[in-house]
Design a protein around this ligand. Structure first.
Ligand SMILES: Cc1cc2ncn([C@H]3O[C@H](COP(=O)(O)O)[C@@H](O)[C@H]3O)c2cc1C
Ligand SMILES: O=C(O)c1cccnc1
Length: 344
């Protein structure tokens, strides 16, 4: 069982946690299902809002779904694979953007303000780039587990929704390598323009992704091996936070390509590992559509965004709030004296 006071020391500790995942709360689920038909609206007329309130309650383990204390945490990490020239921006942008997050100047600051969500930033050993995974595994077993454990600490009791966000120049290369390693296809299927690279850089990035998956293939036997070999520290921290959220009964809203690649490493371990997660939006990064299909989920929004930082996921928080408010606050046919239509 997950104990925040005893963080995992290695990836086998994480594998043990994954064998022991809590399930959705059936009593909360049944209570929501029983109340829903009594609310003053035609059955099913709130569409996905009804799905969301049921999902929130089931994973929070409470018949009253809540969306009053959402937290967005941006994990920042730096990537050795940037040495291969795979991004339009230099790795120095990571630290600069961390300052920008702290000073309130990034897109995610404005979105969190607009949707009334708490925002935190956690540097995941930002000053130490991962190894360049085009040459060697990005992380050692214990380093990857440490980053995951750090991510786990971002999810604290009292939060009712968690959004893992990321900042890490080069991390769409890591996301592409993860997706290619987990789900096959060709490197080009999974490699996109990230921050906006030109054609020559896209060709190089695609080659880096394909070669890395070939280089590490004998070491990548499960999702956590893939995370260690071709992931990054902020990606591992996101995966850790998603796992901790499951144990702490905090539903998760995933963001774009990088966030879903982190989550996919857990999905590869167990197909039900992401049942407590929704996908907030469909990113323009082309691999995201295929990744979303592999995860068997339907993003809430399609807003032509491709930023990361948790931005597309944070934008959906008012929808989750509205879903919870409708379920909890609506009158029933009986209390509001509204005819159910059945006796007329
Ligand atoms: C100023 C700036 C702010 C960002 N915020 C998120 N990203 C996004 O872009 C990066 C991934 O793209 P690539 O793999 O092409 O480097 C990540 O840091 C991601 O969070 C940003 C990128 C930049 C330049
Ligand atoms: O979809 C994403 O998460 C994304 C896309 C481009 C750059 N950074 C992140």
């Amino acid at each position: 069982m997950f104990d925040p006071k005893q963080p995992p020391q290695n990836l086998d500790d994480i594998r043990a946690l994954l064998r022991d995942l809590p399930e959705a709360d059936t009593a909360a689920r049944d209570a929501v299902l029983a109340r829903e038909p009594n609310l003053t609206k035609p059955a099913g007329s709130l569409g996905r809002l009804e799905e969301i309130s049921l999902w929130l309650a089931s994973w929070q383990g409470n018949a009253k779904p809540r969306a009053t204390r959402p937290r967005v945490t941006i994990f920042a990490g730096s990537h050795g694979v940037c040495d291969q020239g795979v991004s339009a921006f230099p790795a120095s942008v990571n630290q600069q953007m961390v300052e920008n997050f702290i000073n309130g100047g990034a897109a995610i600051n404005q979105i969190c303000k607009a949707v009334d969500a708490e925002l935190r930033v956690m540097e995941v050993a930002l000053e130490i780039p991962t190894n360049d995974f085009s040459r060697e595994a990005a992380m050692l077993d214990e380093d990857c587990a440490e980053a995951m454990a750090f991510g786990m600490s971002a999810v604290e009791p009292g939060i009712d929704i968690f959004v893992p966000g990321e900042m890490g120049i080069g991390n769409t290369t890591a996301a592409a390598a993860i997706a290619h390693a987990l789900f096959g296809g060709t490197p080009a299927d999974w490699t996109g323009r990230g921050t906006g690279i030109d054609d020559a850089t896209l060709e190089r990035k695609t080659r880096v992704v394909g070669d890395a998956v070939i280089l590490h293939r004998n070491q990548m036997n499960d999702g956590l091996d893939v995370l260690r070999c071709v992931g990054g520290r902020e990606i591992a921290a996101m995966a850790g936070s998603i796992l901790a959220a499951r144990f702490l009964r905090v539903p998760v809203v995933l963001d774009g390509y990088v966030s879903c690649a982190a989550a996919a490493t857990l999905f590869k371990m167990r197909e039900d590992a992401l049942d407590h997660c929704l996908i907030g939006h469909m990113s323009v990064e082309p691999g995201h559509k295929s990744l979303v299909e592999k995860l068997g989920k339907k993003p809430l929004l399609e807003f032509n965004m491709r930023l990361g930082e948790g931005s597309g996921a944070a934008l959906t928080l008012p929808l989750l709030r509205a879903a919870a408010e409708c379920h909890n606050g609506m009158a029933t046919f009986e209390t509001a004296h509204v005819s159910t239509g059945k006796d007329s």
